[in-house]
Design a binder for this molecule. Structure first.
Ligand code: AMP
Ligand code: TRP
Length: 346
């Protein structure tokens, strides 16, 4: 990766119901990375319209995700927080990448298959092209590191393939401009930890998701202490007590999930959690998990509620971040146009 300045980029869709999976798989790591890297965090509103263009209140949902970023501890002054549609470079670079990516590559994307379901002919072209927009998000800033949950791994591989093909297709022109190791970095995914894939509280084999019809399947960042307690107490489990070793979690997806959540929220590992709770009944473990979840998530939810009451403030944070993001993006778009041979103004 030498030659590229380390830069973190990630995005979250404003599709409502930000939940514990988003927090543990993504947002909490965004907060930590601020200490070691320059970071750009984007509310990806253009991605949010790929499934359904017309939404009840996209702007409110965009502000809510922004509020979650701020409430979780992201500092919009030291880093950049903005919404995707305010920076035109995302859509522009997507078009170039549409001409880099191959149909065969996109046809392999499992998220498209899941989201399009049986009626694939009726899915939007935007949903199909979603991974090219995501590659553009990252590479517009020539970001080197991308923290995401496990479910985004395949999209990041596609991003790498796009960077490599663009670098190869234009190798001579890129070298002539002094970019010896390619114009775009081959981005590193940052995926991992005990909660890279948080599962539904109702079914340990399904991902915790914003779109699950049962609200009991997830803990929302806006849930109050009572809601958190009820959801944890109702979470599906099996009749056995907790094992003392991780191996004992095999084939017990619900137990594994709750232990992973506890480890994620307490910044420990499943092995350490089982050292403390091995042999315990779920009722006791769930009580401890309720206390931990309320202590960690309660203040975030309360701060989000406070922030969303002042949409003007949130909009000004997004406007400031967008202006700073656009300044970086414009340089990339100018370079890319020159490399491809598109005549540009000034
Ligand atoms: P999305 O809400 O789909 O935009 O996702 C935002 C971030 O949360 C991405 O980095 C996802 O990979 C991550 N994420 C979403 N659901 C989960 C989950 N159940 N477990 C862990 N990470 C998740
Ligand atoms: N596709 C991601 C998700 O659903 C959101 C996203 C869009 C993203 N652009 C990105 C994540 C760029 C990381 C980097 O979770």
């Amino acid at each position: 990766m030498s030659g590229f300045k380390e830069l973190v980029f990630s995005g979250v869709q404003p599709t409502g119901n930000l939940h514990l999976g988003n927090y543990l798989g993504a947002v909490r790591r965004f907060v930590t990375l601020q200490e070691t890297h320059d970071c750009i965090y984007c509310v990806v509103d253009l991605h949010a319209i790929t499934a359904t263009l017309s939404q009840p209140d996209l702007a409110a949902q965009t502000r809510e995700v922004t509020a979650a970023f701020l409430a979780a501890g992201i500092d919009p002054k030291r880093h950049i927080v903005f919404n995707q549609s305010q920076v035109p470079g995302h859509a522009e670079l997507t078009w170039i990448f549409n001409c880099v990516a191959r149909i065969g590559w996109l046809n392999r994307m499992t998220q498209f298959k899941e989201k399009a379901g049986k009626d694939r002919e009726n899915a939007s072209v935007g949903l199909y092209d979603y991974p090219c927009l995501m590659a553009a998000d990252i590479l517009l800033y020539r970001a080197t590191h991308v923290p995401v949950g496990e479910d985004q791994k395949q999209h990041l591989e596609l991003t790498r393939d796009i960077a490599i093909k663009f670098n190869n297709d234009f190798a001579e022109k890129i070298a002539a401009r002094g970019h010896g190791e390619g114009y775009f970095p081959v981005t590193e995914p940052l995926i991992g930890g005990p909660a890279a894939r948080v599962m539904s509280l109702r079914d340990g084999t399904k991902k915790m998701s914003k779109s699950d019809p049962s609200d009991y399947s997830r803990i929302n960042l806006t849930d109050d202490a009572d809601a958190i307690a009820q959801k944890v107490r109702k979470a599906k489990t099996d009749p056995e007590p907790l094992p003392s070793e991780e191996a004992g979690l095999a084939k017990r997806p619900e137990a594994e999930n709750l232990v992973g959540i506890y480890a994620g929220l307490s910044d420990t590992t499943p092995a350490e959690v089982l050292r403390d709770f091995g042999g315990a009944q779920f009722s006791a473990f769930k009580s401890a998990l309720v206390d931990l979840a309320v202590a960690k998530l309660g203040p975030i939810g309360a701060e989000m509620a406070r922030l969303v009451k002042d949409p003007g403030h949130i909009d000004s944070v997004l406007a400031d971040g967008s202006a700073r993001a656009a300044a970086i993006a414009e340089r990339t778009i100018a370079d890319v146009k020159d490399i491809v041979g598109l005549i540009r103004r000034g």
